[in-house]
Design a protein around this ligand. Structure first.
Ligand code: HEC
Length: 192
Protein backbone atom coordinates (compact mmCIF):
# COMPACT_ATOMS: atom_id res chain seq x y z
CA UNK A 1 0.00 0.00 0.00
CA UNK A 2 2.73 2.40 1.06
CA UNK A 3 4.80 1.54 -2.01
CA UNK A 4 1.85 2.20 -4.24
CA UNK A 5 1.38 5.63 -2.69
CA UNK A 6 5.04 6.52 -3.19
CA UNK A 7 4.88 5.29 -6.77
CA UNK A 8 1.82 7.41 -7.44
CA UNK A 9 3.52 10.41 -5.93
CA UNK A 10 6.64 9.89 -8.03
CA UNK A 11 4.53 9.49 -11.13
CA UNK A 12 2.53 12.59 -10.37
CA UNK A 13 5.63 14.68 -9.68
CA UNK A 14 7.22 13.49 -12.91
CA UNK A 15 4.20 14.43 -14.97
CA UNK A 16 3.96 17.81 -13.24
CA UNK A 17 7.63 18.47 -13.99
CA UNK A 18 7.07 17.51 -17.59
CA UNK A 19 4.04 19.77 -17.78
CA UNK A 20 5.81 22.84 -16.40
CA UNK A 21 7.92 23.73 -19.46
CA UNK A 22 4.93 23.07 -21.69
CA UNK A 23 2.86 25.42 -19.56
CA UNK A 24 5.59 28.08 -19.81
CA UNK A 25 5.68 27.67 -23.55
CA UNK A 26 1.91 28.02 -23.79
CA UNK A 27 2.01 31.19 -21.69
CA UNK A 28 4.82 32.65 -23.82
CA UNK A 29 2.92 31.81 -27.00
CA UNK A 30 -0.25 33.43 -25.69
CA UNK A 31 1.70 36.57 -24.83
CA UNK A 32 3.16 36.72 -28.37
CA UNK A 33 -0.27 36.34 -29.95
CA UNK A 34 -1.67 39.03 -27.68
CA UNK A 35 1.11 41.49 -28.53
CA UNK A 36 0.71 40.68 -32.23
CA UNK A 37 -3.04 41.20 -32.19
CA UNK A 38 -2.80 44.46 -30.29
CA UNK A 39 -0.04 45.93 -32.47
CA UNK A 40 -1.58 44.95 -35.80
CA UNK A 41 -4.95 46.31 -34.73
CA UNK A 42 -3.33 49.58 -33.73
CA UNK A 43 -1.69 49.98 -37.16
CA UNK A 44 -4.73 48.97 -39.21
CA UNK A 45 -7.08 51.19 -37.21
CA UNK A 46 -4.74 54.18 -37.51
CA UNK A 47 -4.33 53.76 -41.27
CA UNK A 48 -8.03 52.98 -41.81
CA UNK A 49 -9.27 55.94 -39.82
CA UNK A 50 -7.01 58.38 -41.64
CA UNK A 51 -7.85 56.99 -45.05
CA UNK A 52 -11.58 57.22 -44.38
CA UNK A 53 -11.22 60.83 -43.29
CA UNK A 54 -9.33 61.77 -46.47
CA UNK A 55 -11.70 59.84 -48.75
CA UNK A 56 -14.59 61.73 -47.26
CA UNK A 57 -12.80 65.07 -47.58
CA UNK A 58 -11.60 64.74 -51.17
CA UNK A 59 -12.19 61.31 -52.68
CA UNK A 60 -9.57 58.77 -53.80
CA UNK A 61 -7.13 61.32 -55.26
CA UNK A 62 -6.84 63.15 -51.95
CA UNK A 63 -6.71 59.86 -50.04
CA UNK A 64 -3.98 58.61 -52.36
CA UNK A 65 -1.99 61.79 -51.89
CA UNK A 66 -2.37 61.41 -48.16
CA UNK A 67 -1.42 57.71 -48.16
CA UNK A 68 1.64 58.25 -50.30
CA UNK A 69 2.89 60.99 -47.99
CA UNK A 70 1.74 59.68 -44.62
CA UNK A 71 1.24 55.89 -44.57
CA UNK A 72 4.89 55.34 -43.76
CA UNK A 73 5.04 58.11 -41.14
CA UNK A 74 1.87 56.85 -39.49
CA UNK A 75 3.37 53.37 -39.30
CA UNK A 76 6.48 54.78 -37.66
CA UNK A 77 4.32 56.75 -35.24
CA UNK A 78 2.48 53.59 -34.21
CA UNK A 79 5.86 51.93 -33.70
CA UNK A 80 6.96 54.60 -31.23
CA UNK A 81 3.89 53.73 -29.13
CA UNK A 82 4.62 49.98 -29.03
CA UNK A 83 6.69 48.37 -26.27
CA UNK A 84 10.46 48.08 -26.72
CA UNK A 85 11.41 45.24 -29.08
CA UNK A 86 8.06 45.29 -30.91
CA UNK A 87 7.74 46.53 -34.49
CA UNK A 88 4.82 46.49 -36.92
CA UNK A 89 4.68 46.85 -40.71
CA UNK A 90 2.74 45.72 -43.80
CA UNK A 91 4.10 43.50 -46.54
CA UNK A 92 2.83 42.34 -49.93
CA UNK A 93 4.19 40.25 -52.80
CA UNK A 94 2.48 42.72 -55.13
CA UNK A 95 3.55 45.82 -53.26
CA UNK A 96 2.85 49.43 -54.11
CA UNK A 97 5.58 50.93 -51.94
CA UNK A 98 8.90 49.05 -52.37
CA UNK A 99 9.46 49.60 -48.62
CA UNK A 100 6.71 47.00 -48.10
CA UNK A 101 8.49 44.27 -50.03
CA UNK A 102 8.74 41.09 -47.91
CA UNK A 103 12.22 40.47 -46.43
CA UNK A 104 13.82 37.01 -46.23
CA UNK A 105 11.52 34.34 -44.88
CA UNK A 106 8.52 36.71 -44.96
CA UNK A 107 8.15 35.97 -48.68
CA UNK A 108 7.90 32.22 -47.94
CA UNK A 109 5.15 32.82 -45.41
CA UNK A 110 3.19 35.04 -47.82
CA UNK A 111 3.57 32.51 -50.62
CA UNK A 112 2.36 29.72 -48.33
CA UNK A 113 -0.70 31.80 -47.42
CA UNK A 114 -1.40 32.44 -51.11
CA UNK A 115 -1.11 28.72 -51.87
CA UNK A 116 -3.55 27.84 -49.08
CA UNK A 117 -5.97 30.49 -50.29
CA UNK A 118 -5.79 29.15 -53.85
CA UNK A 119 -6.53 25.66 -52.47
CA UNK A 120 -9.74 27.08 -50.96
CA UNK A 121 -8.44 26.76 -47.40
CA UNK A 122 -9.98 29.23 -44.97
CA UNK A 123 -6.95 31.20 -43.80
CA UNK A 124 -6.01 31.28 -40.11
CA UNK A 125 -6.44 34.58 -38.25
CA UNK A 126 -2.70 34.62 -37.63
CA UNK A 127 0.52 32.64 -37.98
CA UNK A 128 3.57 32.71 -35.73
CA UNK A 129 7.10 32.29 -37.07
CA UNK A 130 9.88 31.45 -34.62
CA UNK A 131 12.85 33.38 -35.96
CA UNK A 132 15.20 32.44 -33.10
CA UNK A 133 15.05 31.73 -29.36
CA UNK A 134 14.14 35.36 -28.61
CA UNK A 135 12.43 36.59 -31.78
CA UNK A 136 9.00 35.80 -33.14
CA UNK A 137 6.99 37.18 -36.04
CA UNK A 138 3.22 37.43 -35.90
CA UNK A 139 1.53 37.49 -39.33
CA UNK A 140 -2.03 38.60 -39.94
CA UNK A 141 -3.33 38.07 -43.49
CA UNK A 142 -4.80 41.18 -45.17
CA UNK A 143 -7.72 40.44 -47.48
CA UNK A 144 -9.35 42.83 -49.94
CA UNK A 145 -12.57 42.86 -47.96
CA UNK A 146 -14.11 46.24 -48.75
CA UNK A 147 -15.26 47.74 -52.03
CA UNK A 148 -13.28 50.88 -51.23
CA UNK A 149 -9.99 48.94 -51.49
CA UNK A 150 -10.73 48.32 -55.18
CA UNK A 151 -10.78 52.05 -55.91
CA UNK A 152 -6.99 52.07 -55.59
CA UNK A 153 -6.10 48.37 -55.83
CA UNK A 154 -8.64 47.01 -58.35
CA UNK A 155 -8.88 47.72 -62.07
CA UNK A 156 -8.45 51.45 -61.64
CA UNK A 157 -10.61 53.15 -64.29
CA UNK A 158 -10.28 56.77 -63.15
CA UNK A 159 -7.45 58.02 -65.39
CA UNK A 160 -6.44 60.87 -63.06
CA UNK A 161 -6.17 58.47 -60.16
CA UNK A 162 -4.27 55.94 -62.24
CA UNK A 163 -1.83 58.61 -63.33
CA UNK A 164 -1.38 59.78 -59.75
CA UNK A 165 -0.62 56.21 -58.64
CA UNK A 166 1.90 55.70 -61.43
CA UNK A 167 3.58 59.04 -60.72
CA UNK A 168 3.95 58.32 -57.01
CA UNK A 169 4.81 54.64 -57.44
CA UNK A 170 6.58 54.02 -60.76
CA UNK A 171 6.99 50.30 -60.03
CA UNK A 172 3.50 49.79 -58.52
CA UNK A 173 2.34 46.16 -58.55
CA UNK A 174 -0.77 46.67 -56.41
CA UNK A 175 -3.56 47.02 -58.99
CA UNK A 176 -5.84 44.37 -60.51
CA UNK A 177 -7.00 42.88 -57.22
CA UNK A 178 -10.51 41.44 -56.81
CA UNK A 179 -12.79 41.22 -53.79
CA UNK A 180 -11.61 38.46 -51.43
CA UNK A 181 -8.01 38.38 -52.76
CA UNK A 182 -5.09 38.06 -50.38
CA UNK A 183 -3.50 41.50 -50.41
CA UNK A 184 -0.60 40.85 -48.04
CA UNK A 185 -0.03 40.69 -44.32
CA UNK A 186 0.64 42.72 -41.22
CA UNK A 187 3.91 41.58 -39.65
CA UNK A 188 4.65 42.20 -35.99
CA UNK A 189 8.22 41.38 -34.98
CA UNK A 190 8.49 40.63 -31.27
CA UNK A 191 11.91 40.46 -29.62
CA UNK A 192 11.98 39.25 -26.04
C1 HEC B 1 -7.04 56.03 -51.83
C2 HEC B 1 -6.34 54.90 -52.38
C3 HEC B 1 -6.26 53.64 -51.53
C4 HEC B 1 -7.27 52.91 -51.01
C5 HEC B 1 -8.75 53.23 -51.08
C6 HEC B 1 -6.66 51.75 -50.39
N1 HEC B 1 -5.31 51.79 -50.53
FE1 HEC B 1 -3.97 50.39 -49.92
N2 HEC B 1 -2.43 51.57 -50.51
C7 HEC B 1 -2.57 52.80 -51.13
C8 HEC B 1 -1.27 53.42 -51.23
C9 HEC B 1 -0.96 54.79 -51.83
C10 HEC B 1 -0.34 52.52 -50.65
C11 HEC B 1 1.15 52.72 -50.46
C12 HEC B 1 1.38 53.39 -49.12
C13 HEC B 1 2.82 53.65 -48.81
O1 HEC B 1 3.46 54.40 -49.57
O2 HEC B 1 3.31 53.12 -47.81
C14 HEC B 1 -1.12 51.37 -50.20
C15 HEC B 1 -0.56 50.28 -49.59
C16 HEC B 1 -1.28 49.19 -49.13
C17 HEC B 1 -0.68 48.03 -48.49
C18 HEC B 1 0.79 47.85 -48.16
C19 HEC B 1 1.51 47.03 -49.18
C20 HEC B 1 1.92 47.78 -50.43
O3 HEC B 1 1.40 47.41 -51.48
O4 HEC B 1 2.72 48.74 -50.36
C21 HEC B 1 -1.71 47.19 -48.19
C22 HEC B 1 -1.58 45.84 -47.53
C23 HEC B 1 -2.94 47.83 -48.62
N3 HEC B 1 -2.64 49.05 -49.19
C24 HEC B 1 -4.20 47.29 -48.45
C25 HEC B 1 -5.38 48.00 -48.66
C26 HEC B 1 -6.70 47.51 -48.30
C27 HEC B 1 -6.99 46.15 -47.68
C28 HEC B 1 -7.59 48.50 -48.63
C29 HEC B 1 -9.08 48.53 -48.34
C30 HEC B 1 -9.45 48.47 -46.95
C31 HEC B 1 -6.82 49.60 -49.23
N4 HEC B 1 -5.50 49.26 -49.23
C32 HEC B 1 -7.37 50.77 -49.73
C33 HEC B 1 -3.74 53.36 -51.58
C34 HEC B 1 -5.02 52.93 -51.22
Amino acid sequence: MKILKVMTLVGLTASLLAAAPQKNRDAKFKEIVKTGQKSSKMLMQTLGKNMKKNMKAGGPIKALDFCSKEAYNLTEKVNTKLPKGVNVKRISMKFRNPANEPQGNEANVLEALAKLKNANVVLPKHLIEKVDEHTYKYYKPIIINKQVCLKCHGDVKDTDLKRAIQTNYPIDKAMGYKMGDLRGAVVVTIKK
